[in-house]
Design a protein. Structure first.
Length: 728
């Protein structure tokens, strides 16, 4: 298409940035022998860098960044590109070692190789390097070994970025402060230990340092030289071992210059003078998370118009300026104050932040009513996380169409009333966690019309009634079609589960791969992503999932009063990983169709009234790691083979008619006869009901000997008493 360009014999500059070639670097470029500048960034190029590039001997500027180029770059060092001054190969898939000859190119001033798959060491780098080099960017690769000392002797060096590699050894900051032209230094996220100078070190001159990244560098104090830099714009000292006080000179010296400050994951205990407001006029990003900070949350006062990201999570802050919404930076995008000791009400002024995208106040002592403006859809809020507080009252009604909420997490508060029907106006909602509250009413089946709802947690509330079959609406083709996690445990639901209801769960019917994608939206926050978290019961324990993979599917209907047969249609949910139907009144047999649950890892059907034999077909579930069928009316020989050989007797106890390994009871010719007179407890029964069942099982146990009866009585007492304590 563009091969005619090669006929322009005197062409010196060729810039095709962003043109979609979708293939190899065009061959016809090799005929443009007078080229001095070639820019092919973001052109969907793939394959290796061709050797004929070396024939373009007049090239001084070569930009192939942001493509899909692969292979090694060893041949670049052999090319006679003696006039090349600028080389950018960043954001590709290049691999192998960096040829030392590349650093020896006589005219090279800037070498940009970041975000590739380069490896090996830099031990053979020429010393000294070219004195004209001003930029070296090797970040985000897999380079190892020691950082060449020759890098510290390049007097014209302005930018040195080596972050996110595997470099080792010790680097003395005093060597770097001598580079008077240096304005950007990035050593973060290696295995390097940075050694600072003593407090009384003489600083005759500090360079024009603007950006400094020393995250994960084993620092124990804020570098002394920073007190003498008054134009710092970005500082990352996260993931070190710095303790003590955050000095007040930070807010004074850099109040007009700094836009990004990350002191997270250290051991700071407080801010000097405990300011409730700090003046940082150009601040965009402030991260003080995961320290030991106490006192008042420092709210930055800034005049910058672009959105701000503020993270104070995982500390011990106990107070914040009253009506703090008024003092937040204009256009704040992200505010995380989770896992502190904050209390009081959320001020309505928080709703003046119309661009606020993520608000996380989880794990504090906030109380009062959730401000209606946070849920009614009049702002840009996509994530609202208020779990583990003391909020009460009912949820706001009148949520408008166009609501942008994608995540609502209200778990473990004192929320009352019903889930508002107008929540269906949040068409982008992916996660709703209202578990552990005091919500009443019936199952909100109308949530099924939300096309992107993937996680629904309503456990431990006061919901009741039966789950009805879906009433079809001709305008809606699918209900709960995207649902991956459904947790209705510990409510007052009753009745039969309709067979057709589980046929709606299309996402659980897809046979997805093991890797999957992270569930839900990811919001970019500087150098990291914000991800949803949900806590569910899995393999008998409460587990928190921060990265909810699209391959993880689970259903928990435990501790209700469901009865009737367990639906066979669950067997169609082939990507189900966890199934918990324990502590109900289910009857009938275990459906043999569950053999199709090839990805099932955990199944709990305990404490029901299930009868019959355990289907031999279940031995084909090779992913099954955790099984609990205890305290039912099962009988017959326990199937053997595959995962069933790994389960202990606790998986089958309380079924008087079962025999065979791993139980001590041997099978005989009568092993397939159903036992009589054994009744199972109702899931919501009081202690008197549980005691009656224990005695009933004990009398059954007497038929096998007094020792069996006594040991069974003690085991069952401990299990039931422990379960009741857990539910209290």
């Amino acid at each position: 298409m563009l091969s005619w360009i090669a006929r322009l014999k005197n062409l010196t500059d060729l810039k095709l940035e962003g043109f979609d070639f979708s293939g190899l670097i065009p061959w016809w470029i090799k005929n443009c022998t007078n080229l001095m500048s070639l820019e092919l960034s973001a052109c969907s190029l793939s394959g290796e860098i061709p050797t004929w590039i070396g024939n373009l001997t007049k090239l001084s500027y070569l930009d192939l960044a942001d493509n899909m180029l692969s292979g090694k770059i060893s041949n670049l060092g052999q090319m006679k590109l003696t006039k090349l001054s600028y080389l950018d190969l960043s954001y590709n898939r290049l691999s192998g070692e960096i040829p030392k000859a590349l650093f020896a190119l006589p005219s090279l001033e800037a070498l940009m190789l970041s975000s590739n798959e380069l490896c090996g060491t830099l031990k053979d780098i020429p010393n000294p390097l070219s004195s004209i080099m001003y930029s070296i960017d090797l970040s985000n690769n897999s380079l190892a070994g020691h950082i060449p000392k020759s890098f510290f002797d390049v007097t014209r060096l302005q930018q040195l970025k080596l972050d996110s590699n595997h470099f080792q050894g010790t680097v003395e900051l005093s060597l770097l402060w001598k580079l008077r032209s240096l304005y950007s230094l990035m050593f973060s996220n290696n295995m390097v230990s940075v050694k600072d100078v003593e407090d009384d070190y003489p600083f005759p001159y500090i360079g024009n340092i603007r950006e400094l990244g020393l995250a994960s560098c084993n620092l124990t104090k804020i570098p002394v030289a920073l007190r003498y830099t008054n134009e710092l714009s970005s500082l990352d000292l996260s993931n070190n071992r710095i303790d003590g006080v955050i000095p007040s000179w930070i807010w004074m010296i850099w109040k007009d210059s700094i836009y990004s400050l990350d002191l997270s994951n250290n051991m700071f205990t407080c801010l000097e003078n405990s300011p409730s407001i700090v003046h940082m006029h150009n601040l965009e990003y402030l991260n003080l998370s995961s320290n030991q900070l106490h006192g008042s949350v420092p709210t930055p006062l800034t005049a910058r118009k672009s959105g701000a990201i503020l993270d104070y999570s995982n500390n011990s802050f106990s107070s914040i300026i009253p009506d703090f919404g008024r003092y937040l930076p204009n256009n704040t995008l992200y505010l995380d104050m989770s896992r502190n000791k904050l209390s009081g009400h959320i001020p309505r002024s928080i709703c003046t932040q119309h661009d606020l995208d993520i608000l996380d106040l989880s794990y504090n002592n906030f109380s009062g009513v959730v401000p209606s403006c946070l849920m009614q859809g009049y702002n840009s809020l996509s994530t609202l996380k208020l779990r583990e507080n003391h909020f009460h009252g009912i949820l706001p009604e009148n949520i408008i169409e166009g609501c942008m909420l994608q995540t609502i997490d209200l778990n473990n508060n004192l929320i009352e009333g019903e889930i508002p029907r107008s929540l269906s106006n949040c068409q982008g909602l992916e996660l709703l966690d209202a578990g552990n509250n005091q919500i009443v009413g019936s199952f909100p089946s109308w949530l099924g019309i939300l096309p992107h709802l993937r996680v629904l947690v309503l456990r431990s509330n006061q919901l009741n009634g039966a789950i009805r079959d879906i009433k079809r609406d001709h305008t809606i083709n699918n209900y709960f079609a995207s649902l991956q996690i459904l947790d209705l445990a510990s409510n007052n639901f009753s009745g039969n589960l309709p067979k057709g209801w589980f046929n709606e769960l299309k996402a659980m019917m897809e046979n997805v791969s093991d890797k999957g994608q992270v569930l839900g939206h990811e919001t970019y926050l500087g150098a990291r992503f914000y991800q949803d978290t949900v806590t569910i019961t899995f393999k008998g324990s409460d587990l928190s999932f921060t990265k909810i993979l699209s391959t993880f599917n689970a259903i928990d209907f435990s501790n209700n009063s469901f009865d009737g047969p367990i639906p066979e249609s669950i067997g169609r949910l082939v990507s189900l990983r966890g199934l918990n139907m324990s502590y109900n009144n289910f009857m009938g047999q275990i459906p043999f169709q569950y053999r199709n649950l090839s990805q099932l890892e955990a199944m709990d059907l305990s404490w029901n009234q299930i009868t019959g034999e355990i289907p031999q077909e279940l031995t084909s579930l090779t992913s099954l790691e955790w099984l609990n069928l205890s305290y039912n009316n099962l009988y017959g020989r326990i199937p053997q083979g595959n995962q069933f050989s790994t389960f202990s007797d606790s998986s089958f106890e309380g079924n008087a008619g079962l025999c065979g390994v791993p139980l001590s009871k041997h099978c005989d010719n009568q092993s397939s006869i159903s036992p009589t007179g054994v009744a199972l407890p109702e899931s919501e029964g009081l202690w008197q009901d549980k005691l009656g069942v224990i005695l009933l099982f004990a009398f059954v146990g007497l038929g096998f000997g007094v020792g069996f009866a006594l040991s069974f009585l003690l085991r069952l007492y401990c299990r039931v008493e422990g379960w009741i304590s857990k539910q209290a």
